[in-house]
Ligand binder design. Structure first.
Ligand code: NG6
Ligand code: CA
Length: 500
């Protein structure tokens, strides 16, 4: 059974406020797979802080990112609307305009209404400005216009220009005499590129990523200027973790919501010297351990400030894992028997489970029982309605059209989550209980560059995940009625423009 957004809130607003929170820390990691954490079975890579977080609360085994890539997942997470309903929500270039309309109800704007101070630190990748962005002036609209009180962001991704942080409405550390220019449709300025000057690279691209070189890494897109403001990839985890910790310290006395979107473990994987070569299982494991350190720093900060009891910490990932995502960083060579996707098929970009079935941990020591494991079907698109319920707020008719209140499942109080869920990669699939329908979506079987099985097919695929978690036995031919029924439900959800 699923709970509508109008379902009972666990706590009335007054008691949430009276209790002084809970604070909410949402950690959204990048490209971390179901199998990349010790608590999900990883053996080679060590994730003691994430494992401790899992042990202190509930570990979900059937939780999903709404999409199998970053931008659409983040759009859905913040708005409660499936991104595939909207044009222009696929993986964005670094100079794209903001794709969330200012003024609509978002996760931070909703929590702000409940009295929370809201902060955004880390990867944004939802566009900035209203088109033709000038990186040297006021950057607007952005996170501050969709509900965040403060923001310190990586504008797009680590592998996309501009390679600078944006602090509030300005590029951090920009020297006005060295203005930034960015282009995606052709070169700008005359700085070296990965294509022309491979001898300048610390890490070579394996596919794409051969444009402007910044910090010895060639990127997607071209930029010139802004030399003093450019980031050093190896320091990125330190820089954003320090910002996240600072936000918690500054707001320790108020209820706060921190959206901490880490860059790890996306490419380029450039661990700090403290982590480089230390995991014993290659660069991908090194940055995974760096991510675990970041999480540990936040947890230790909450503990030091005596906020841990009354802070809900949620850790999850924006899409499934990928090993070679465009740089020859040795990750494939060093993988050995590590299984980033656990027992699931596919990975980032895929219709198969590993595209969206991601780690998902909820811990709130003051309220949630430790040591839980939940099979509830939940999605990041549900956080809007669920955190609305947590703070005593229902959603308006136009808000979060695909977001369900699954708060009782998130708090480990109910074993059921949703009864159905749409999952988005190359096509939109439908989950209904153990059943998964992947509609016909002809195309290449594999993304050869990333070595990912995409879940394509000229015919529909139907799997029973209870009996076949590896999605090997397509039952569509044997069960045409179920295929038709689920197909019709999916069509209805698409046509209605909302599923709630
Ligand atoms: C792809 C990039 C990949 C990564 C991805 C977005 C190439 C060849 N590949 O287009 O490296 O940046 O986009 O990742 O350019 S995500 O996690 O932000 O969705
Ligand atoms: Ca991602």
């Amino acid at each position: 059974m699923f709970l509508g957004a109008a379902g009972a809130a666990a706590m009335p607003l007054s008691s949430v406020r009276a209790a002084g929170g809970p604070n909410i820390v949402l950690i959204l990691a990048d490209d971390v797979g179901w199998g990349d954490l010790g608590c999900y079975g990883a053996r080679r890579v060590k994730t003691p802080n994430l494992d401790r977080l899992a042990a202190s609360g509930v570990r979900f085994t059937d939780a999903h990112s709404p999409s199998a890539t970053c931008t659409p997942t983040r759009y859905s997470l913040l708005t409660g609307e499936y991104a595939w309903r909207r044009k222009g929500t696929a993986v964005l270039p670094g100079d794209a305009r903001l794709i969330i309309e200012p003024g609509r109800t978002t996760l931070p704007s909703l929590l702000k209404k409940a009295g929370y101070v809201t902060g955004c630190v880390g990867k944004w990748h939802l566009g900035l400005g209203a088109g033709n962005i000038d990186w040297n002036g006021e950057i607007k609209p952005g996170p501050l216009d969709v509900g965040f009180d403060s923001s310190f962001i990586i504008p797009a991704t680590g592998d996309r220009v501009p390679c600078v942080y944006v602090d509030g409405r300005r590029v951090a550390g920009l020297d006005a005499s060295d203005p930034i220019r960015v282009r995606y449709d052709g070169p700008v300025g005359n700085e070296p590129t990965g294509r022309a000057n491979p001898e300048l690279l610390k890490v070579k691209p394996s596919h794409g990523h051969d444009m402007t070189i910044v910090n010895g890494v060639s990127r997607i897109g071209y930029m010139t200027g802004g030399k003093a403001a450019r980031w050093v990839d190896e320091d990125m985890a330190d820089v954003i973790t320090r910002r996240a910790v600072g936000f918690v310290e500054e707001n320790a006395a108020k209820p706060f919501f921190l959206y901490f979107a880490t860059h790890d473990i996306h490419v380029p994987r450039m661990p700090h010297a403290r982590f480089a070569g230390k995991s014993g299982c290659g660069t991908r494991c090194d940055v995974m351990e760096e991510l675990d350190w970041s999480v540990g720093e936040l947890l230790r900060t909450l503990e030091r400030l005596k906020l841990r009891e009354n802070t809900l910490v949620l850790f999850t990932s924006d899409n499934g894992p990928v090993v070679d995502d465009g740089y020859a960083d040795g990750a494939v060579r060093d993988l050995r028997d590590h299984k980033p996707a656990g027992p699931y098929r596919g990975g980032k970009y895929s219709n198969f489970e590993a595209g969206t079935r991601v780690p998902f941990l909820v811990s709130w020591p003051g309220r949630v029982k430790a040591g839980g494991v939940s099979k509830a079907l939940v999605s990041q698109v549900d956080l809007l309605a669920s955190f609305g319920a947590l703070t005593g707020q229902g959603l308006g008719a136009a808000d979060g059209p695909d977001s369900y209140n699954v708060l009782p499942a998130l708090l480990g109080e109910k074993k059921d989550g949703r009864d159905h869920l749409c999952l988005h990669a190359r096509t939109v699939s439908l989950r209904e209980g153990p059943w998964k329908l992947i509609p016909a979506n002809p195309g290449p079987e594999k993304n050869v560059a990333t070595d990912t099985e995409l879940g394509t097919g000229a015919e529909a695929q139907l799997y029973n995940l209870d009996e076949d978690i590896g999605e090997r036995r397509n039952l569509a031919g044997a069960m045409p009625e179920r295929v038709a029924k689920m197909g019709a439900r999916l069509e209805g959800i698409r046509a209605r423009g909302r599923s709630r």
